[in-house]
Design a protein around this ligand. Structure first.
Ligand SMILES: [Zn+2]
Ligand SMILES: [Zn+2]
Length: 459
């Protein structure tokens, strides 16, 4: 039995692993690198395996760095099934379509430069039609049910509490007389996040692959998410300004809507309009409404008409979005993308950053090199759409809005295993976070290994 690390080894993005059991070759997730240019370039390199030889794929969740190269896999003649939850299938469909549209635009920009410099033109990684052509390969699975895929392999999806539909996957593999259980933790969420269920603790594994995104950090805040949100909304309302929130379309937007819904229902929210200015987030919210099987008990009980309130206004068209520039009453504007690198939020920042009355509230991780990170690090001037803009508005961040478990919560999840697996492979993290998690795991007697890209281990 062999396991090959084909991505997210000493990196956060690009998850991709090949497990070989007898004659069967299966893939867990199908990467896309995001972030710095050197990393993104790898998306254009050949796979570290032959797509034709892969029998089937297991998909943990819909984030694009886990599923983004499925169309490239399909174009490389992979024709097997892709097993995943129903919610992940629906979210993957809209996220792949969105990724194809972003690539189309980026490739057009890049090719304008290339043709000026007489360089060969680029093709996008895939088109929207190629993304749509992958959807018939999807085979929906339910949480908690053991599924026999063939005589050698059975799998069970457990809730990972990260985003709607996300899963940790237990793989039971038989090779000759040998039976081995391998657990893929995948992105582990925080406990007590609204709407979705908490991560499931898994009690045994021969081998564990574990994410380490926040292996070295604790999500700390001065109050609860709900209290802080109310504080910043009220403050902005008193200044008669706009509260601009760069949001991630999936999960963060719906989590914010959930809190806003609670605050409105308890009459704590000022009489402000709330604009959801992101077609992708609007589509994702529709998918959230459909998949009540993923809701936790509280959401099912108290949230009978979730994400559907009259104070909330959807801005689907560009014209609707532009109208917000001249809107003079206090309001909340949630717009993508979450790190301010592109999308409608950039227009709101262009018009709103220099005005003291406004507030910019970050509710997610801001990667190095992004506009969000520059602003957060108190740059007083930023370049946006070719203009120099003064940053005069108030800037805040709520750290506990995170889709990921922090170092304490990762350890809590790991302690669900009463004894150490033979090896815990630490993946999906930057080197500093990986070694911090490794130290913590070794303290409780777990055997660990940090694999390199392309490394193959015999299980
Ligand atoms: Zn994720
Ligand atoms: Zn991830």
């Amino acid at each position: 039995m062999k396991l090959k690390f084909c991505g997210a080894a000493k990196e956060v993005t690009g998850s991709c692993y090949v497990l070989e059991v007898g004659d069967t070759k299966m893939l867990v997730d199908c990467w896309m690198y995001q972030g710095p240019k050197e990393l993104v370039r790898l998306n254009y390199e050949p796979f570290l395996f032959d797509p034709k030889e892969i029998d089937f794929m297991l998909l943990t969740h819909a984030h694009i760095d886990h599923c983004g190269l499925i169309p490239k896999l399909h174009n490389g003649w992979f024709t097997g099934k892709i097993y995943t939850t129903s919610a992940t299938k629906d979210l993957t469909e809209i996220l792949l379509e969105d990724s194809a549209n972003i690539q189309k635009k980026n490739t057009e920009d890049e090719n304008r430069r290339r043709s000026r410099e007489h360089l060969p033109l680029r093709k996008p990684l895939f088109t929207d039609l190629e993304a749509a052509a992958c959807m018939p390969l999807f085979q929906v699975v339910e949480y908690g049910v053991l599924i026999k895929i063939n005589d050698a392999i059975s799998v069970r999806y457990q809730d990972a509490g990260h985003i709607l539909g996300s899963a940790s996957i237990e793989v039971r593999a038989t090779e000759g007389e040998k039976q081995t259980k391998i657990v893929f933790s995948w992105d582990i969420g925080q406990r007590d996040v609204p709407i979705i269920k908490d991560p499931t603790l898994i009690a045994e594994a021969d081998y564990l692959l574990m994410e380490s995104t926040y292996g070295d950090k604790v999500h700390e805040d001065t109050g609860t998410k709900e209290d802080l949100l109310l504080k910043y909304v009220t403050e902005t309302y008193q200044k008669w300004g706009k509260l601009m929130i760069p949001t991630f379309a999936v999960e963060r937007t719906q989590e914010l809507l959930y809190f806003i819904d609670k605050l409105v229902n308890s009459n704590q929210f000022p009489q402000e309009k709330i604009f959801l200015d992101s077609p992708l987030a609007i589509k994702a919210t529709e998918i959230f409404k459909k998949h009540k099987e993923c809701y936790d008990a509280e959401a099912l009980k108290e949230f009978s008409h979730p994400l559907d309130d009259e104070y909330l206004q959807y801005s689907l068209s560009v014209e609707d979005s532009m109208k917000l520039n001249t809107y003079t009453d206090p309001c909340v504007i949630m717009a993508g993308n979450g790190m301010c690198t592109a999308g409608r939020i950039t227009h709101h920042l262009r018009h709103g950053l220099s005005d003291k009355k406004n507030t910019l509230l970050f509710v997610g991780y801001q990667a190095e090199g992004t506009l969000g990170r520059y602003i957060l690090e108190w740059e007083k001037k930023v370049r946006l759409m070719g203009l120099e803009i003064d940053v005069n508005c108030d800037i805040y961040k709520i750290n506990s809005f995170s889709g990921h478990a922090d170092s304490n919560q990762l350890m809590r999840w790991a302690k669900g295993f009463p004894t150490s697996p033979k090896t815990v492979f630490i993946v999906h993290g930057e080197p500093k976070a990986q070694s911090a998690l490794e130290n913590n795991l070794q303290t409780i007697g777990f055997a660990t290994h940090i694999p390199s890209l392309g490394e193959v281990v015999e299980l």
